[in-house]
Design a binder for this molecule. Sequence first.
Ligand SMILES: NC(=O)c1ccc[n+]([C@@H]2O[C@H](COP(=O)([O-])OP(=O)(O)OC[C@H]3O[C@@H](n4cnc5c(N)ncnc54)[C@H](OP(=O)(O)O)[C@@H]3O)[C@@H](O)[C@H]2O)c1
Length: 249
Amino acid sequence: MGMCELTKKTILVTGASSGIGRHAALKISQQGGTLIITGRDEPRLSKTFKNLKEGNHKMFVANLNNEEEINTLVADLPSINGLVHCAGIVGPTPVKFIRKENIEKLMGINFEVPVLLTARILLLKKLMNNSSIVFMSTVATQMPYFGGALYNSAKSAIESYSKTLALELVKKGIRSNCISPGLVNTPLIKKPVSDGQMEIIDESLGRYLKKYPMGIGEPEEVANAIVFFLSDESKWISGTNLVMGGVLQ
Ligand SMILES: NC(=O)c1ccc[n+]([C@@H]2O[C@H](COP(=O)([O-])OP(=O)(O)OC[C@H]3O[C@@H](n4cnc5c(N)ncnc54)[C@H](OP(=O)(O)O)[C@@H]3O)[C@@H](O)[C@H]2O)c1
């Protein structure tokens, strides 16, 4: 197993039914970690669960936009050593078309949910001392794309929140860090097309791709960084934001 070993660590991963969260869960189990995985879609979450390396893992289907479902999830949680917030959505909206419902939708799962989930876990003392918390932001907070105002604002907010969280938890040895990838090859950036294939969602994202000298990332690459932040190899790192993807500003 070598570096970034996660044996004796129990980790909660949200958004584990797809993309980065799924690959993070798979990699955490390969590194010896015990998982509690959560997502909305039962069949997709089960697929992740079945592919975890053997262990005492648990899965919990929940729509985290519902605060009661957050509270039930946390009440059922054992003590954990790591928390990875991967649940998120995009929703391109040019600024003049922004309505209250767009703000609520984008800020909900991308900002409100990780903040409420973290608060509940801390209140119920489910996070052990010397734990690690990982948030997903995006390189787009530093390099905007057309229609990304709400998504980027939600992610900027979570970056700022993570830094304050790092400060408040430092005495318990609990660390908090963000990861900000460029485009990653997951269902988040794709839509189905007629022949059953998937293609990149929107032209502006397509144009954005030109700024990626290293190409689109794979979710495994982001999962590697998540595992690093969860492991003791990163125990002197907190309050940071790791930008991934070799993006040209
Ligand atoms: N892909 C990229 O290019 C990219 C780049 C930078 C940052 N990110 C960030 O990385 C994170 C993971 O993205 P991804 O690409 O892996 O996306 P993805 O494949 O679309 O997966 C998103 C996950 O979020 C879950 N989710 C969404 N709304 C939820 C809700 N209300 N309650 C519970 N779970 C919910 C989904 O659950 P169900 O499938 O069960 O509905 C799914 O597991 C996101 O925060 C995203 O903003 C992605």
